[in-house]
Design a protein around this ligand. Sequence first.
Ligand SMILES: [Zn+2]
Ligand SMILES: [Zn+2]
Length: 180
Amino acid sequence: MVVSCEEVWREVSNYLDGEVEPGLRIAIQEHLRGCKHCTAVLDGTRNVLQLYGDERMLEVPLGFSQRLHQRLGENMPGNRRNFLGWMVAAAAAVLVGGSIEVARSSALRGPKRRSEQAQAGAGVPPDMMVVVSENGKLFHLAGCSFIHEKNKLRTVTAAEASREGYAPCVRCMKKYVANG
Ligand SMILES: [Zn+2]
Ligand SMILES: [Zn+2]
């Protein structure tokens, strides 16, 4: 069986849950072996799953779009599959849209980058999803009460936020920021 990238994305949350049939599972594994995009999507989805396990992070997708916020309102609590499906689609769009670099960056980042990042966001995991507002200077965990302009949020990785010049919010990033 040969599966396309789109099929992998559609099944990725089931795949992580161990809920795909064995034949499909093998096909996905084989696809992942040769496809960096889908490997990145899989990693991203795994992160989302971890975040999702933490109630405080339920607002993570807020930065993706208002539309999702509405969907969360409609679907929550309980419709985990739709929620994940949307997240995967969003993650796939972001990754395949040219930010594959983000997924790779933690592994391939050179010494220069590392020191830049140490300045901006020491201790914050570079692939953690954070929220930035358009005119703000800080990046936050979703749901932080110090986020302003809640209608202009974007969700990006901490590495990306640092690269764009955002600094970690000392309130919600306390546990990551050594001297916060
Ligand atoms: Zn693929
Ligand atoms: Zn904050």
